[in-house]
Design a protein around this ligand. Structure first.
Ligand code: GDP
Ligand code: MG
Length: 159
């Protein structure tokens, strides 16, 4: 009988990925989930919610002085969003690569923004920009916490 050593999960981390109101409205929630699932990342939380202005101002607090900030908060409050926590090796950096550049006109084809949108103010999705921001955003959007579970499938994804 063959036996395999347990996969090395030492570099695992979590990120906060959010489908913005335009993505929910356009029916792209499944497409975005599909890409993270197919890549091999692990879903640890998922919720459709109508964010308050206060929550959005906290989420985007680093951008508060930008001229587009009021427009950004209005856009993000225009309908429900789908918040998710994804876990895996280098998921923060890779998740952002999968989303594509902030400005969809500069996002490579094959990325979510590159494939499905045009304007920066309607760019479909959010992804945390560092492990520290991810943990802050997860605590903000999922105050009851995300699931922590061991996936048997991991031995097919990680060596
Ligand atoms: P991200 O991390 O790639 O989402 O980009 P940022 O953190 O820099 O900006 C947050 C969000 O603000 C972006 O995803 C856009 O939706 C929006 N945003 C950024 N820059 C602009 C801009 O110049 N104009 C407008 N209207 N929205 C912007
Ligand atoms: Mg950002």
């Amino acid at each position: 009988q063959l036996s395999f050593p347990p996969p090395n999960m030492s570099q695992t981390e979590r990120t906060y990925i959010m489908v913005k109101p335009d993505g929910v409205e356009r029916g792209l929630v499944g497409e975005i989930i599909k890409r993270f699932e197919a890549k091999g990342y692990q879903l640890c939380a998922l919720e459709l919610m109508q964010p308050s202005k206060d929550l959005l101002e906290q989420h985007y607090r680093d951008l508060a002085s930008k001229p587009f900030f009021p427009k950004l908060v209005a856009y993000m409050s225009s309908g429900p969003v789908v918040g998710m926590v994804w876990q895996g090796k280098e998921v923060v950096k890779t998740g952002r690569k999968m989303l594509g550049a902030t400005n969809p006109l500069e996002s490579a084809p094959g990325t979510i923004r590159g494939d499905f949108c045009v304007d920066v103010g309607q760019n479909l999705c959010h992804g945390s920009d560092s492990v520290e921001s991810a943990e802050r955003e997860i605590a903000l959007w999922f105050p009851r916490g995300a699931a922590s579970w061991t996936r048997r499938f991991d031995s097919f994804i990680y060596e």
